[in-house]
Design a protein around this ligand. Structure first.
Ligand SMILES: NC(=O)c1ccc[n+]([C@@H]2O[C@H](COP(=O)([O-])OP(=O)(O)OC[C@H]3O[C@@H](n4cnc5c(N)ncnc54)[C@H](OP(=O)(O)O)[C@@H]3O)[C@@H](O)[C@H]2O)c1
Length: 292
């Protein structure tokens, strides 16, 4: 039987509809709309598309968006100064620094300048450390969205929300996706394995897992032999084929004949990443109200 398709677009829309209501309830208490600063450096076409999409969704949820577009020629010092200014702006609850930065700019140094309480992308080492400790933290948007998709899949399959004891295989160990993904799965009591480019017998290892997360950046590398019958497969990858087609890291057709549930590309993890960014921003504004 073909796998159930985990519709990330529909789930993201449901989450955004709830956020819109939440925003309308907290705005009067806050005395303003929750604010997201979107910082884009340079003119990378893919980054421009992502920023436009994030801005559009944020506005449709009722957030205030502060667009900060800096030229490619900006220096590390100028970028860092701008981020520190945004930390001090009362109307800004969350700061998104669109990555990757143009060559020559220091991403880690820039991320360190974002106040952890406004780091709605969850990439500041303080938030990553809190996540590692299992404390309350802004969770990075892509892995957080992937967790929602896994839970959605289990609901669709008539399984419980509880992931305890499930074996999970994360393929990829980046600081943006793979590592925080593994932390979230661990926090949900999964027995979690992280694979990478040096892993031996990867297909065999992956084929033991109940949940497979592909975050590799290699078009359709995860074939049917990587997947146990009945597994849940979440495809984080976004790859452009020579013919212009957008594909994930998973060979969708073949894998969907073996898995129980699978995310499509596009329409899976991508929309959920944006929804989680908005959720984190609203959470940041909520925290301010609780402190009032
Ligand atoms: N949908 C979204 O919202 C979203 C968000 C972020 C990223 N993405 C996409 O997700 C993918 C991964 O992103 P990323 O930032 O994590 O990429 P990345 O920083 O390039 O990391 C890729 C990871 O894959 C591993 N890898 C590479 N080749 C491999 C192989 N042959 N076998 C096993 N592991 C291999 C690498 O291992 P080593 O560490 O050993 O090199 C690395 O850990 C990309 O396609 C990206 O565009 C999508």
């Amino acid at each position: 039987m073909a796998a159930a398709v985990i519709d990330g677009k529909a789930l993201a829309e449901r989450i955004q509809a709830k956020l819109k209501i939440e925003v309308s309830e907290i705005s009067p208490k806050l005395g303003r709309k929750p604010g997201l600063a979107v910082v884009l450096v340079g003119n990378n076409p893919a980054s421009q598309v992502y920023v436009k999409s994030k801005t559009k969704k944020a506005l449709s949820c009722g957030l205030e968006v502060k667009d900060v577009h800096l030229p490619e020629s900006v220096t590390n010092e100028e970028l860092q100064r701008k981020l520190k200014e945004l930390n001090l702006e009362q109307s800004v609850d969350g700061i998104l620094l669109q990555l990757p930065l143009p060559v020559g700019l220091d991403e880690f140094a820039a991320l360190l300048c974002i106040a952890p309480e406004k780091d709605v992308d969850g990439l500041h080492p303080m938030n990553q450390g809190l996540l590692l400790r299992g404390e309350d933290a802004f969770e990075p948007c892509t892995p957080k969205g992937a967790m929602c998709l896994i839970r959605e899949a289990r609901t669709m399959l008539g399984l419980s929300d509880d992931l305890s004891g499930q074996s999970a295989m994360v393929i990829g160990r980046s600081i943006l996706v793979g590592k925080p993904m593994a932390q979230l799965l661990l926090a949900a009591n999964c027995t979690t394995t992280v694979a990478h480019s040096r892993t031996k017998n990867l297909a065999q290892e992956a084929s033991r897992a109940d949940i497979v997360i592909a975050a590799i950046g290699r078009a359709e590398m995860v074939t049917a032999e990587f997947v146990k019958p009945g597994a849940i497969v979440v495809d984080v990858g976004i790859n452009r084929r020579d013919d212009g087609r957008l594909v994930g890291d998973v060979a969708y057709q073949a894998v969907s004949e073996k898995a129980a549930a699978i995310t499509p590309v596009p329409g899976g993890v991508g929309p959920m990443t944006i929804a989680m960014l908005l959720q984190n921003t609203v959470q940041s504004a909520q925290r301010k109200i609780s402190k009032k």
